[in-house]
Write a protein that binds this ligand. Structure first.
Ligand SMILES: Cc1cc2nc3c(=O)[nH]c(=O)nc-3n(C[C@H](O)[C@H](O)[C@H](O)COP(=O)(O)OP(=O)(O)OC[C@H]3O[C@@H](n4cnc5c(N)ncnc54)[C@H](O)[C@@H]3O)c2cc1C
Length: 507
């Protein structure tokens, strides 16, 4: 049985940045990171636009970034949290730069700041259009140099274990599947940090990679953690339309910030009918406008028009997007790019306070799996990477001061299974997953929704899943992920239902 002072679940920006901060503060602690695939498989690696930070204090100010965030969140942000995150941003940015992350500069040596929807100023630091890849690479390099961090790839965490502590549960360890040896094992931990990312795979049309199955939300809710605002799923307006694709390739919002237009079948711009900011309105508004236009035209997409832009400059900022378009025969200089809104980001999640603590003792959540109060109903572009950095910092400060009062739990726990219990692949879940994704798509299709019918269908999928388990007598990674997807989907439906009937959407 393994033991770690701190177990981090997930290897995106939140988990990795937290690990680095914690390892530097407390070299005496043993820190384990478990991640269910290769370390690079995360939403983080796919981030294009960059990080929103106020660096120009002449044109811009913290207050403007704060107001933009609050406006984007539609009145549902926690202002104290918004202020904390935005005021802290420059310090966290400096820490990224100190470990070698490079952001683009102009010829004059000042930051080349991007503009994105909902931002009143240029304030997005970026590394061309592969900001996430650059950040991920430097974080992983740093992790590899820190001797008190051990990274376990292909370790799928199944559930956390809790014990009752004078009525208040506290977490004591986690069950995981070691995919290399096909075994289920247990790790004891004094503190667990969930940084498992989002749940975009609940939808057929999404920018999120296959790992985004909402595992952390499911694990936390099974353990009794509070899940909040999960009905606020953000749809990104400009995913490249390629028919039946999963995930969809994203065309960054920064492309609109650079001056691209959104046009309809008649080659006319139409977003101004919905918002005076036009293409630079927030994602919820632009996505809604596009959906309505598609409904009217009966077409599967609208277009992004970049043909009027300076192509040389465009290519310097967006080489990745340009090259991808070219692989499917589209040249942004001469061709219209078909685009469609798709599921992109989970604004809610595991409820945490300003120190990233959940309501379960010694269980923290950071990054996209958490609900901090920063985003409200609709996240402002490029505030997500920033949120992950700030809450990783907050958690590291809190744990540094509290972990010495925590001891390993002596409670007897189920022994590790030495027999292989896991089949690595089962195609039984391919159809079930498609069925679930179709249901979730209906839920967000702006039509009248029969919540009861959706929940009944989910219940019958659950029964099928259980019977598959009994039939095969083996747990598969697909079974674990699909069960998590079903759990999260049900919470999302119920939160929508509660909101519909104007009850408080919290668990
Ligand atoms: C295409 C795209 C572009 C984006 N661009 C931007 C941008 O420009 N700016 C911005 O601010 N945001 C952007 N976002 C959002 C942002 O990238 C994510 O919100 C952020 O990276 C989430 O980081 P994270 O560390 O919380 O999770 P992730 O980066 O998703 O990492 C989650 C990790 O948890 C692991 N994991 C999950 N479940 C388990 C389990 N059961 N056991 C073990 N490991 C598990 C995964 O394998 C993964 O390593 C973008 C998102 C996408 C998809």
């Amino acid at each position: 049985m393994k033991k770690a002072d701190i177990l981090i679940i997930g290897s995106g920006i939140a988990g990795l940045f937290f690990a680095i901060k914690m390892a530097k503060k407390r070299p005496d602690l043993f820190i384990a990171i478990m991640t269910k695939e290769k370390v690079q498989n995360s939403n983080t690696q796919m981030a294009q636009g960059g990080i929103a930070v106020v660096t120009d204090h002449i044109e811009d100010s913290f207050e403007q970034h704060i107001q933009d965030t609050i406006q984007s969140g539609g009145g549902f942000c926690d202002e104290e949290i918004v202020r904390m995150v935005i005021n802290q941003a420059p310090e966290r940015l400096k820490e990224l730069i100190d470990i070698g992350v490079s952001f683009d500069k102009d010829k004059s040596g000042t930051w080349n700041l991007g503009l994105e929807g909902g931002h009143s100023q240029h304030r997005i630091l970026h590394h061309k259009d592969i900001s996430g890849e650059e950040i991920g690479k430097k974080l992983i390099e740093t992790i590899n140099q820190l001797s008190n961090i051990t990274l376990f790839e292909n370790h799928l965490v199944i559930d956390i274990n809790t014990k009752k502590n004078k009525g208040n549960p506290s977490c004591t360890g986690a069950f995981y599947c070691d995919k290399v040896n096909s075994q289920i094992k247990y790790i004891q931990a004094k503190t667990i940090v969930l940084s498992t990312g989002g749940c975009g795979q609940l939808f057929k049309n999404t920018t999120n990679p296959e790992i985004a199955t909402g595992d952390g939300i499911a694990i936390a809710s099974r353990a009794g953690a509070l899940i909040k605002d999960i009905q606020y799923i953000q749809f990104h307006p400009t995913a490249l339309y390629e028919g039946d694709k999963n995930p969809f390739f994203l065309v960054s919002e920064a492309v609109r910030g650079f001056g691209a237009h959104i046009i309809n079948e008649d080659k006319k711009r139409f977003i101004f009918k919905h918002d005076t900011r036009g293409e630079l309105a927030t994602r919820d508004i632009v996505s809604q406008a596009i959906s309505e236009e598609m409904e009217t035209s009966g077409k599967q997409h609208v277009y992004l028009d970049c043909r009027h832009l300076d192509f040389e400059e465009f290519y310097t900022h967006f080489p990745f997007i340009t090259n991808y378009c070219q692989t499917i025969g589209l040249n942004p200089k001469t061709d219209l790019i078909p685009i469609v809104p798709v599921a992109h980001y989970q604004c809610g999640g595991i409820n945490v306070n300003k120190n990233s603590e959940t309501n379960i003792k010694n269980l923290y959540a950071i990054g996209e799996c958490s609900r901090t109060g920063l985003h409200g109903k609709n996240r402002l572009a490029s505030n997500s990477l920033l949120e992950a950095l700030v809450f990783a910092h907050q958690a590291s400060n809190h744990i540094e001061n509290s972990i010495d009062d925590v001891s390993f739990s002596s409670k007897k726990i189920m022994a590790d299974f030495s027999e292989p219990l896991i089949n690595l692949y089962s195609d039984n879940f391919v159809e079930l997953k498609k069925e679930l994704q179709a249901l979730m798509t209906v839920l967000y299709a702006n039509k009248e929704v029969d919540f009861r019918k959706i929940l009944d269908k989910m219940e019958s999928m659950k029964m099928k899943t259980v019977s598959l388990l009994f039939e095969k007598q083996k747990i598969t990674t697909q079974l674990v992920e699909f069960t998590n997807m079903l759990t999260v989907a049900k919470i999302v439906v119920e939160s929508n239902m509660q909101q519909f009937f104007e009850k408080s959407p919290s668990y």
